[in-house]
Write a new protein. Structure first.
Ligand code: PSU
Ligand code: MN
Length: 314
């Protein structure tokens, strides 16, 4: 088999030196946003990470090769590839073996980032429990992957295309500690407050870094999910976006859309119904998550370096 991993030089160098690296997913590019907005957004969030002293590593699969860190040209090609598939963690081996290209979901990105030695991952919205899940059983594999991963995931909550109360319950079932980042409630992607209370609130990246270090030192499992609300001035009016979501969900039911196709279908409908206004909000929250993620990655990198120094002294 061909070499199935390709770690970009600057990512390899940063990881080797213990400098902060922040992972980004690519299903949002291939299946979540229209091209070329998707490409522009990927490059934008990468530069936000860089401005915070963090090396970005966008993760995708190109012709059967797993890329940890992609060049702007590679990002452009993947984002514009209409035949790219959507790879979750359990799909990666087959996608690689068959030489396919894929946008990698939250679940897939966590699996790859962890093997690469990356500690933090920033995304927009995670997958979750779909409305009607008691009938369809449609619960995103993202949730189990977050629970199993040692990588910290930063998101803006989940879109209300999902059943948010059930998503929070299911995160508890599989074992995820959800930290509200300067908030007491789960953010709902386009809006800052779903009204669903979270058990814990943190005020700083260092508090997340402390949790990461404690989990590592004490050997406990359990996922760490940081939920950071969209900046207030970029929030969409709740009534308007919630109506758009109702309409999109109804359309999906009428059309009988299921499985892997459901989330991309709902996202495309939402973009159309809101006349693209959702895209600006999407960009704002992704940039915000890239900032928060970069700060957490910086904190963890400092704490790991301090731990290594204490080890040398002791
Ligand atoms: N939710 C969003 N935007 C996205 C996705 C989810 O608001 O782009 C993407 C992410 O890549 C996520 C995937 O991991 O969809 C989940 O898909 P599914 O619901 O089929 O598990
Ligand atoms: Mn699903």
């Amino acid at each position: 088999m061909r070499d199935s991993w390709m770690v970009k030089d600057e990512v390899r160098d940063a990881l080797g030196a213990g400098r902060p690296v922040l992972a980004f997913e690519s299903t949002v590019l291939t299946h979540g946003l229209p091209y070329p907005t998707s490409r522009d957004l990927a490059l934008r969030v990468e530069s936000v990470a860089r401005n915070r002293g963090c090396v970005p590593a966008t993760i995708g699969i190109v012709d059967g090769v797993i890329h940890v860190g992609m060049t702007p040209e590679e990002i452009d090609q993947l984002a514009g590839n209409n035949s790219a598939c959507k790879a979750s963690g359990y799909d990666i081996a087959f996608v690689v073996a068959s030489g396919r290209s894929a946008g990698v979901t939250v679940s897939g990105t966590l699996a790859i980032a962890q093997r690469a030695g990356i500690h933090v991952f920033a995304t927009g919205g995670i997958g979750g429990v779909h409305r009607g899940a008691s009938e369809t059983f449609d619960i995103s594999h993202d949730l189990a992957s977050i629970a199993r991963s040692q990588v910290v995931t930063v998101c803006a909550g989940a879109k209300a295309i999902l059943d948010l109360p059930k998503t929070v319950e299911y995160l508890e079932t599989v074992g995820v500690c959800v930290l509200g980042y300067k908030t007491d409630t789960l953010p709902a992607f386009y809006t800052a407050d779903s009204g669903i209370p979270l058990a814990y609130r943190v005020e700083s990246a260092d508090e997340v870094g402390d949790a990461f270090m404690a989990r590592r030192k004490l050997g406990f499992g359990g996922g760490l999910l940081v939920a950071a609300p969209i900046p207030a001035e970029k929030e969409l009016p709740p009534d308007e976006i919630n109506q758009a979501i109702e309409d999109a969900v109804e359309l999906a039911e009428e059309q009988g859309v299921r499985g892997k196709a459901l989330t991309p279908y709902l996202l495309a409908q939402l973009a159309e119904i809101t006349g693209g206004r959702s895209v600006e909000a999407n960009l704002a929250l992704l940039e915000n998550n890239a900032r928060v993620g970069a700060e957490i990655a910086g904190s963890i990198s400092r704490k790991l370096a301090a731990e290594a120094r204490r080890g040398e002294l002791g």
